[in-house]
Design a protein around this ligand. Structure first.
Ligand code: ZN
Length: 368
């Protein structure tokens, strides 16, 4: 749910190694650097349109830029409040010996293994990232000018990893029809140490991520990485590394895994967060903006869309009014809690979000 830039390390040797890796990656991936440069409001390609009268808020306006008593731990961490991170527990696989024992023992063992799967297990690395050789399977026809998303299972056993990834991708694909995107996954599961603060996750060792990205990119031109975690913790978090490759963590065992994965890939394709949380450093974005300083990419996508969608008041940032397009409770990037069909039709994304995602791919990859 959260979008952030990575880069948290204190050890001087790690910092030095990190710098060397980042320089190498930046050189390697320089075509993507423009993507991580923030928008320049003074250098517009299209003037923002005149906005219609906004549909007013009912109730107290939410302030997106003030930490309050309801602000989640990960947002407090984002706002600078010190919050301790915990290791991400990965579930232990069911023992293979179950088939060879008697029915009574089986029942006992099942009860034990059911219990074991709900307990946090140590997150020791059994396989070093250095020996991880990604075996990539393309789900869609690979096209060079598509946005390439790759799924990696983390902490699953070898037998179930492939099936879980295939099933997840099959459902997630439905939300992205009409968008220039293709999906692939890595057949072999990854074991890696992660920590989290509420839904916000990160690598314990940033070098692991740099090594992983380099390995994946050496066998598959990758724009976005989804790390699907075998954990019962609720995690949904997107970041962007210095080389311009977006990565996201999602809980594979969460009942809303399709929702959260679709939401995180929406971030990778240029969408922002629009729901009620502390989002000070992320405003304005595609979902929340000020009437007098709409981001250039949003103005351009509106121009290409050819009409102005319904405009709503969304709340405030330090008392300054913020607006959003479309009704928020059906918006997968917004205060998503749909109670009925979307006003814009069957797609999980609004027509404007689809336009923004397509424009994002066009800007990154060229073509039409
Ligand atoms: Zn989000």
């Amino acid at each position: 749910m959260i979008k952030k830039f990575f880069g948290r390390t204190n050890h001087p040797v790690i910092t030095l190694l990190l710098l060397v890796f980042v320089v190498v990656l930046l050189y390697w991936d320089s075509s993507n650097i423009s993507k991580i440069i923030s928008y320049d409001l003074n250098n517009r390609s299209v003037q923002p349109p005149a906005l219609p009268t906004a549909i007013p808020l009912t109730g107290t306006p939410f302030d997106y830029c003030v930490v309050n008593k309801d602000t989640g731990l990960s947002y407090q961490a984002n706002a600078g409040t010190p919050v301790a991170a915990s290791p991400v527990p990965f579930n232990t696989p069911v023992p293979e010996t179950l088939e060879t024992v008697s029915a009574t023992t089986l029942a006992e063992q099942s009860a034990q293994s059911a219990e074991a799967t709900t307990l946090p297990s140590p997150t020791e690395n059994t396989t070093s990232i250095l020996t991880f050789n990604p075996d990539v399977v393309n789900v869609d026809q690979f096209k060079a000018d598509n946005f390439h998303v790759i799924f990696i299972g983390v902490g699953f056993d070898k037998e179930t990893n492939q099936e879980i990834l295939e099933n997840t991708i099959k459902e997630v694909q439905l939300g992205f029809s009409g968008i220039r995107i293709d999906f692939a996954y890595v057949k072999n599961p990854l074991t890696i140490k992660l920590s989290h603060v509420a839904q916000m996750a990160d690598f314990d060792n940033i070098i692991d991520f740099i090594t992983l990205t380099a390995k994946i990119k050496s066998v598959h031109p990758t724009d976005g990485i989804i790390l699907l975690l075998n954990t019962d913790e609720y995690i949904g978090d997107t970041g962007i590394n210095s080389s311009g490759t977006d990565y996201a963590f999602v809980s594979g065992n969460d009942p809303y895994v399709i929702f959260s994965t679709t939401h995180e890939i929406g971030h990778q394709l240029g969408l922002g967060d629009g729901y009620n949380q502390y989002l000070a450093d992320q405003i304005p974005n595609s979902e929340l903006f000020y009437a007098d300083s709409m981001p250039d990419f949003l103005a351009r996508s509106l121009d290409e869309l050819g009409y102005i969608p319904p405009l709503y008041e969304a709340g405030t940032c330090n008392s300054k009014k913020i607006y959003t397009f479309y009704e928020s409770s059906n918006n997968i990037m917004g205060n998503y809690n749909p109670q009925g069909p979307s006003s814009w039709g069957d797609s999980v994304f609004t027509p404007l979000q689809i336009q923004i995602m397509n424009d994002h791919v066009k800007q990154l990859k060229g073509g039409n």
